[in-house]
Design a protein around this ligand. Structure first.
Ligand code: Q9C
Ligand code: ZN
Length: 673
């Protein structure tokens, strides 16, 4: 698998700027680019990326999306004087031209194409292009919303043509609807376009009917356009993650893209004057992390909007750190989506029910404005602020971010992974793995309270406990150990965690658990995915998942992962994740890999994996995963049985008052409030 992260940037693109007064366009400034670059320098991220030079897109490339008439119009602005520039700008909605606009727009599109080449040719695994002018509003025949050429749409067409790609995903997390991209691929089932956007029942710019959830694509493209309208401002981390878990991810696992492009606008982040949303910079790390596990890791991000300079640049840094494989910060804030977000999620799922297998058994009809008809939602629209108050808001966010970025900063672990394996397995290890020397058994007995197990005499177990301490001290990010009896090892680990005062441990046990483990309520959350049907009832901290299916490659697992395991995990916010691979699993090897990968988004990426000795065929994959060198491959999935979907739905309903991220509809919560 390719490695490394491409970063594409060029000072040239700072020349495009507004040279007259226009309150609408004045926020799209050259400083947007330099402040990102300077912040990246400040975090020493530039030198960790592979720098890729920009180039101008060719006319043919631009015409993959735009008409030659429109291209000529843009070209003609190069020689214009201010008065003419003003006049032609007024032909479009929220656009300005400058004599260098044509050149900058060609560089922005060309930079995006160079990024696609770097990733498609395997020169880097992923990357980001920092460009302006942005692209996602621009259309075949029109500039729109600060956008001249549609960089991401051109890149998608280019990738289809040059690399013969059949399935491309575009994720547009900018706070505005990229209607330009929607129009270009509306009838095209080979490009899945997802956008969330401030909508406010069509009151918010660009105020289009076709930005609502019922615009699902047209003709052959039906089902391949996903709009999530935000009908309130103030959406935050929990709302964004909920949409990824309950809308985007299930559909995308089914779509199985070969390349992921992101229209990465950060006006959906906190402090942005356009978006008025609340997502903090680390939220973009989590969104990026989710997408890194698709398309064998082929992920290209392209800057769109983002108008609060500090918020924008911190978010860009978080995104690039994640692309580089750094541990993720804990997601801050209360992990519960708001009612208005739930309503949107419900409506999008209902609108797409006919097009996607994973929604097949949904019993959903659209909800009409529960949140706006009632006073139930906590999110209120801030009063319209005059210019002065706006300046205060900018400074307030600056101040907030000063503190916030310090709070979430995690010490960088010098070692990614420590292992405790048998001699016979050690050939699997790459050189950068830290091999534990182990620790004194006597010392451990005293620290880990009274616990009698003959396993404690085993060298491997002692090593495991030694690196568990290092994980908790953040000297190592993750650990891997094999054990002759995983359940017993887990019991030892949990005892040790308790004596080390770890607050919350998430345990995901795959396979049969052959002993009962005493769970101290709240300190441990256990999810057991078992092939054996046991007479057990589910409780808040003890969740048991069982499904009957001969064929492992079904959407049951994807639904369980995105609709149950991850929402519970994100609600719980663990300090450490332990994944236990026992005997008799009901997951495929790829399924287990995907599970571990996505759980690395929790607990600041601190994961301990315990593998039953007999299952050592999994070792190689797991080592690569923990090293960040592998993304699981997921084939074509067949739909889950109705029985399994029902089981998951019931479980979700049972637990969603305890674990709020499980909610994917406003129906239940509104009835209960
Ligand atoms: N009353 C991007 O973020 N606002 N474009 C127009 C008209 C335009 C945003 C308001 C916002 C364009 C790439
Ligand atoms: Zn935007």
């Amino acid at each position: 698998m390719a490695s490394g992260t491409a970063l594409i940037y060029d000072d040239e693109m700072r020349n495009h700027k507004l040279i007259w007064d226009d309150p609408i366009c004045e926020i799209e400034v050259p400083e947007r680019l330099c402040s990102c670059y300077e912040q990246l320098q400040g975090y020493n991220l530039i030198e960790r990326c592979t720098s890729v030079p920009v180039r101008e897109a060719t006319e043919d490339e631009i015409m993959l999306v735009h008409s030659s008439d429109y291209l000529e119009i843009v070209k003609s602005t190069e020689k214009m004087k201010q008065e003419e520039l003003r006049k032609i700008s007024a032909d479009f909605d929220a656009v300005y031209f400058h004599p260098t606009t044509y050149l900058c727009a060609k560089l922005a599109a060309g930079a995006t194409l160079e990024l696609v080449d770097a990733v498609m040719l395997g020169r880097t695994r992923n990357g980001m292009a920092l460009v302006r002018p942005p692209g996602h509003h621009s259309q075949r025949n029109a500039a729109n919303g600060f956008c001249i050429f549609n960089n991401v749409a051109i890149a998608a067409k280019y990738a289809q043509k040059k690399y013969g790609l059949e399935r491309i995903l575009i994720v547009d997390w900018d706070v505005h609807h990229g209607q330009g991209i929607q129009y270009i691929f509306d009838e095209d089932p080979s490009v899945l376009y997802f956008s969330w956007h401030r909508f406010e029942h069509q009151q918010f710019w660009p105020s289009l009917k076709e930005s609502d959830y019922d615009a699902v694509g047209q003709g052959k493209g039906k089902g391949f356009n996903i709009n999530v309208p935000w009908n309130k401002v103030g959406m935050g981390n929990a709302d964004y993650v909920a949409v990824f878990l309950h809308v985007l991810l299930p559909l995308v696992f089914e779509f199985d893209p070969e390349l992921v492009l992101v229209s990465a606008g950060f006006d959906s982040g906190i402090g942005d004057p356009e978006g008025q949303m609340c997502a903090t910079p680390e939220c973009f790390a989590h969104l990026t992390h989710f997408l890194m596990h698709l398309a064998k890791g082929k992920l290209c991000l392209v800057l769109e909007g983002g108008y609060h300079l500090r918020s924008l640049s911190e978010s860009v840094c978080m995104t690039i750190k994640t692309l580089l494989g750094d541990p993720l910060p804990r997601l801050s804030g209360e992990m519960a989506p708001c009612l208005s977000a739930l309503e949107s999620i419900h409506n999008v799922r209902a609108a797409h029910k006919t097009y996607w297998k994973c929604l097949l058994h949904e019993g959903t009809t659209p909800l009409q404005d529960l949140s706006t008809r009632s006073h139930l939602t906590g999110k209120v629209e801030p009063a319209q602020t005059p210019q002065e108050a706006k300046k205060d808001e900018v400074i307030e966010t600056d101040r907030f971010l000063d503190q916030h970025m310090k709070n979430i900063a995690s010490l960088k672990s010098p070692f990614r992974i420590a292992v405790a394996l048998d001699e016979s397995d050690s050939h699997l290890l790459p050189p950068s793995v830290q091999i534990e020397k182990g620790t004194d058994a006597k010392e451990l007995r005293t620290t880990s309270s009274v616990f009698d197990s003959k396993l404690l005499k085993e060298e491997k177990v002692l090593k495991m406990l030694a690196f568990l301490e290092k994980i908790i001290k953040k000297e190592v990010t993750s650990g891997l150990a094999t054990s002759p009896v995983v359940s017993e090892s887990l019991a030892i680990v949990l005892k040790h965690c308790s004596s080390l005062k770890v607050q919350k441990v998430l345990c995901v046990f795959v396979g049969d658990m052959d002993m009962k483990i005493d769970l101290e309520d709240g300190k441990v959350l256990l999810i057991n995915i078992s092939a054996k049907q046991l007479e057990r009832s589910n409780t808040k901290y003890n969740i048991f998942l069982h499904w009957k299916e001969k064929d492992l490659e079904t959407t049951t697992f994807i639904s369980a992962l995105t609709g149950l395991i991850l929402p519970v995990a994100y609600s719980y916010q663990p300090d450490l994740t332990v994944v236990i691979i026992g005997q008799n699993q009901s997951l495929s090897q790829n399924g287990i890999s995907l599970l571990i990968s996505l759980l690395q988004g929790l607990a600041q990426s601190q994961v301990l994996v315990l593998i039953q000795e007999s299952e050592s065929k999994l070792l190689q994959d797991v080592i690569k995963l923990l090293m960040g060198d592998f993304t699981p491959f997921l084939g074509n999935y067949t739909p889950a049985s109705k029985e399994n979907v029902q089981m998951l739905t019931e479980l979700r309903q049972q637990l969603q008052q305890e674990w709020k991220m499980l909610q994917c509809s406003a129906e239940v919560s509104s009835a209960e409030k």
